[in-house]
Design a protein around this ligand. Structure first.
Ligand code: ATP
Length: 286
């Protein structure tokens, strides 16, 4: 029986600007996104006809048809008239409802893995098209790396950074609904917004710019912080532990701190770990 394994990396949003709601119900956004080495592991085993998905490691993740990995596999099977099936096992490590894109990344890893397992030889651009039908963040998670995501998140402008970034990511033990965060957001988009200007200059081809970490505001953060004051407290703790910036990833609930020095990051993680939080030291990949 043919077997393939794939890693599904989490993503972190370095800033998130929401430009407005589109007619299709999605939002136009601007965000610098980066994959990090916190990951789920998928094992794909060929089987006749059917698709099945089973998760372990974290409770409450749906098995079967409700899983985003299933949706990705079913779409690929239909679009390319594949007769074969697959049994997908996901060892979850990425917290769920955490703004780290875990479900979307499992879907992206499924597409990469099935292209190999089913020997489909689909080009990257075709696979990116399938990915964008599964979800807005799936194309980015398919290719990995660091990119400015725009429109729904599926239009990507890749960046090369001089060195990997080091994060301490803290999942506070509860999830935040992405839908709720978007509905309750407090935008502060102004014409002189430094983050937006930075992204526009990158898109014009000025690629040698330093990432403006201090200007990377997340438009969902204020609403989430107002409802869950713990988010603000975690940010303060990360900054006092030496982070050069601290922010919510996506709609949360994960808060991350960016560190210059890996040993300082490890020390901060050790100090901040408690019985309710999951604390991860991670670095950019891709
Ligand atoms: P995003 O940052 O993309 O908005 P998130 O990281 O906040 O997403 P996920 O962990 O991807 O959220 O999960 C969101 C929902 O998707 C969960 O409620 C879960 O039930 C469902 N889901 C479906 N498939 C998966 C999967 N493979 N892993 C995690 N959640 C999944």
């Amino acid at each position: 029986m043919a077997v393939v394994t794939e890693k599904a990396y989490a993503k972190i949003n370095l800033g998130l600007k929401i430009l407005g709601r589109r007619v299709d119900g999605f939002h136009d956004i601007l965000s610098v996104m980066q994959t990090v080495d916190l990951c789920d592991t998928l094992t794909l085993v060929e089987r006749p006809k059917e698709i099945d998905v089973h998760c372990s490691g974290i409770e409450g993740v749906p098995d079967g048809e409700k899983n985003l990995a299933y949706k990705a596999a079913a779409l690929l099977k239909k679009e390319y008239n594949v007769e074969k099936g697959v049994s997908i096992t996901i060892q979850k490590r990425i917290p769920v409802g955490a703004g780290l894109g875990g479900g979307s990344s499992d879907a992206a890893a499924t597409l990469r893995g099935l292209n190999r397992l089913w020997k489909l030889k689909i080009t990257e651009s075709e696979l990116l098209n399938i990915a964008s039908s599964v979800g807005s963040d799936v194309p980015f998670l398919l290719r990995k790396g660091t990119a400015v995501a725009s429109r729904r998140g599926e239009t990507l402008h890749y960046l090369k950074l001089p060195k990997p970034l080091i994060y301490v990511a803290i999942y506070p033990g509860f999830a935040v609904s992405t839908e709720w965060a978007y509905k309750n957001r407090k935008n502060d988009l102004t014409s002189g917004d430094k983050y937006v200007n930075f992204i526009l200059s990158l898109k014009r081809g000025l690629t040698d710019k330093e990432l403006p970490f201090q200007d990377m505001k997340n438009d969902l953060e204020q609403a989430v912080e107002d409802r869950y004051p713990l988010i603000g407290e975690i940010k303060k703790k990360l900054l006092s532990a030496g982070a050069i910036m601290a922010s919510l990833s996506g709609s949360g609930s994960t808060v991350y701190g960016l560190f210059d020095d890996p040993s300082q990051a490890r020390q901060a993680a050790k100090t901040l770990q408690n019985s309710t939080w999951s604390v991860f030291v991670c670095r950019s990949v891709g």
